[in-house]
Design a protein around this ligand. Structure first.
Ligand code: TYM
Length: 373
């Protein structure tokens, strides 16, 4: 499938995503050196996901930093649609969010859209509740500061969200959603309302503190259209438009088309996978940029740019630029074989998951510290 056929909506990512095209189509701005320097002034270092262009575009980051430099601190907002287990693609977005929380010392509001997943998936409400609980454990395990992190669950915190959501809903037409998401007359009416629920947390702290507070939303680019649709409504209601920083998609094991997705769990790495499962999945499915025969690989070298194992190291598991470059060079020259590259990745992921799963267990006692009272 070529990039013309790629599709990126909050509910579907397919085809090979052309990010330059997305930048134009979505009307977002690429992150450039100047912006990185500006961020570095405050963070002292640049996260490898920014350095490597994994977070590649934004909306209004310069405005956010102008405000920050004037002493108008922002808060972070992101979320999860709890319809299944967490995979390593989600984790990347949140590891970066935690880095922002630590570096800027700011609050994070984290939304669990149980309403969304009930409305969009063929799943009972009870099952969605189970995943809400399970997914919270993963987010807590990533080490967010409980004093500065607030979980919002749409149906439980409806009393806070709903009076604001109706104000967004009143100003967004069905025709706008048809154009943005490809909705048709057969979409259920809950789906049509949903975007207004996702728009609201970007103003909740402003409402609670009775003054406008800037908001920064880290997300992968599939979630941007909700905010594009709601963008003008923020100002119409008297609030700031949120700034947004966008990540690329971690691809599924099978190659660089589409995104890793927990509903296709055999070609995703889940945070609950055992070391053996990780090993088996990578050995069986991880798309290789290597050559057909050992001889040919040694002679001509592999292609790390399409090799999924290399991409996972680049996105998440090898933060050291020098080590990553060496792997890149060795693979390209044919010195490093696909089987060896896969071994490097398996070891890194299993080391990460061992630690994560331990913290996930400890998180069971901590949920109360994060949910809104
Ligand atoms: P959800 O649960 O589909 O995804 C949660 C977050 O993970 C990102 N993501 C990925 N990032 C990189 N690679 C992937 N393969 C990948 N798959 C998913 C998503 O972009 C998202 O940032 N409706 C939302 C929940 C939500 C939300 C928000 C997300 C509510 N408020 C504000 C971002 C910001 C959802 O279903 O996300």
């Amino acid at each position: 499938m070529n990039s013309k056929e790629a599709r990126v909506t909050p509910w579907e990512v397919s085809g090979e995503v052309n990010y330059d095209r997305i930048v134009k189509e979505f009307g977002v701005s690429k992150i450039d050196e100047k912006l990185l320097e500006r961020i570095k002034k405050h963070t002292k270092e640049i996260h490898f996901m920014l350095r490597r262009g994994v977070f590649f575009s934004h909306r209004d980051m310069n405005w956010l930093l102008d405000e920050y430099e004037k002493g108008n601190k922002f808060f972070l907002y992101t979320g999860r649609g709890p319809s299944g287990p967490i995979h390593i693609g989600h984790i990347g977005t949140w590891i970066f969010t935690k880095w922002l929380q630590d570096k800027f010392n700011v609050e994070l509001w984290f939304q669990f859209t149980d309403d969304e997943k009930f409305l969009f998936k063929n799943m009972s409400f009870k099952e969605v509740q189970k995943w809400t609980h399970e997914n919270m454990l993963d987010i807590i395990a990533l080490g967010f500061d409980p004093k500065k992190t607030h979980f919002i669950i749409d149906t439980k915190d409806a009393g806070l969200l709903y009076p604001e959501a109706i104000k967004f809903a009143k100003k967004i037409n069905f025709s706008t959603l048809k154009a943005a998401f490809g909705f048709t007359d057969s979409n259920n009416i809950g789906q049509i309302f949903y975007t207004s629920m996702q728009a609201v947390p970007a103003i909740i702290p402003s409402i609670l503190k009775k003054k406008n507070i800037p908001c920064l939303i880290p997300l992968a680019i599939d979630q941007d259209p909700h905010f594009r649709v709601a963008r003008d409504v923020y100002t119409k209601l008297g609030y700031y438009k949120p700034a947004i920083i966008h990540s690329m998609f971690l691809p599924p094991l099978t190659g660089i088309e589409g995104k890793m997705d927990s509903s296709k769990s055999d070609i995703a790495i889940l945070t609950t996978d055992s070391p053996k499962e990780v090993e088996n999945k990578i050995k069986k499915y991880a798309f290789s940029g290597g050559r057909d025969t050992l001889e040919e690989h040694r002679k001509k070298g592999g292609n790390p740019d399409v090799d999924v194992s290399f991409q996972y190291l680049k996105f998440l598991f090898e933060p050291d630029d020098k080590k990553l470059q060496k792997i890149y060079d060795d693979y390209k020259s044919g010195k490093l074989l696909t089987s060896e590259l896969k071994e490097i990745l398996i070891e890194k992921i299993n080391k990460f998951l061992r630690e994560h799963q331990k913290k996930r267990e400890e998180a069971k006692k901590m949920i109360n510290k994060f949910v809104l009272k």
